[in-house]
Design a protein around this ligand. Structure first.
Ligand code: PMT
Length: 219
């Protein structure tokens, strides 16, 4: 048995990629499997929380009965689902890899192969986490940063810009970290400090993240 340290708390987690439709058969997406977010959801539920898991397309399944899973496809759908629950959220964790841009329009018919070049115009998607930060009241808000360069500076800048209480950095430079792997290597930043962790399974990483959140909340 584990400590029911999150009993009575509502935890809202985003997970997985988003798919932005180009035409009826194609999309812009990314390599997120959802594993990191689903591991966080399972661990929070084990600790007694009620969990709302808003997930982009993912093959992962939910096991714990205290997890309510909402499947979405695009960033706009993810945004809408998140804000159905945000007001009643105690802890928000954004582990989804949200597409920053989406095609300006979705072609009604499958785009035919024709010219040598094809241009698809993209427009910026809403930043879900940034909007959560702007509307933050009692919520404790945690973001992820997936970086390939200037990792620490970029992560800390994101924490500030999005008004977060904590940010979890994973680097695509670290072997075994980030997308799809069963493992991750993270650094956790709060406005007050930094903590580095070894390469671990995503289940163990989820425990480390929730331990840090609990320590901050109880401060
Ligand atoms: O799913 P896995 O295969 O297990 O992989 C896990 C992961 C690598 C996807 C995960 O650990 C991770 O790093 N998730 C965040 C990926 C990301 O898109 O990072 P970012 O630095 O681009 O975004 C910063 C933060 O803003 C993230 O919390 C992101 O969820 C959020 N965001 C970004 C853009 C946007 N339009 N809306 C958002 O909410």
């Amino acid at each position: 048995g584990r400590k029911r340290s999150l009993e009575g708390k509502m935890v809202l987690i985003t997970a997985g990629p988003t798919y932005e439709a180009i035409d009826p058969v194609r999309f812009i997406g990314n390599h997120s499997s959802g594993k990191m977010g689903y591991s966080l959801a399972e661990e929070a539920a084990e600790r007694g929380a009620k969990v709302i898991l808003v997930s982009g397309p993912s093959g992962m399944v939910v096991k714990h009965p205290s997890i309510e899973l909402y499947r979405v496809t695009s960033a706009k759908e993810m945004m809408a689902k998140v804000f159905e629950f945000y007001e009643h959220t105690d802890i928000g964790i954004a582990s989804a890899a949200v597409a920053d841009y989406a095609p300006r329009e979705v072609a009604k018919e499958k785009i035919k192969k024709k010219d040598e070049h094809l241009t698809i115009e993209l427009v910026k998607n809403p930043d879900i986490l940034k909007t959560m930060g702007e509307q933050k009241r009692h919520q404790f808000l945690v973001g992820f940063a997936l970086e390939t360069e200037n990792e620490e500076e970029n992560a800390q800048a994101k924490m500030q810009k999005k008004n977060l209480d904590m940010i979890v950095l994973n680097s695509l430079r670290d072997k075994g970290a980030g997308f799809r792997n069963d493992t991750n290597r993270i650094k956790i930043f709060t406005p007050a400090g930094k903590k580095e962790f070894a390469l671990k399974s995503k289940e163990e990483v989820a425990r480390d993240i929730l331990d840090c959140i609990e320590a901050e909340i109880l401060k």
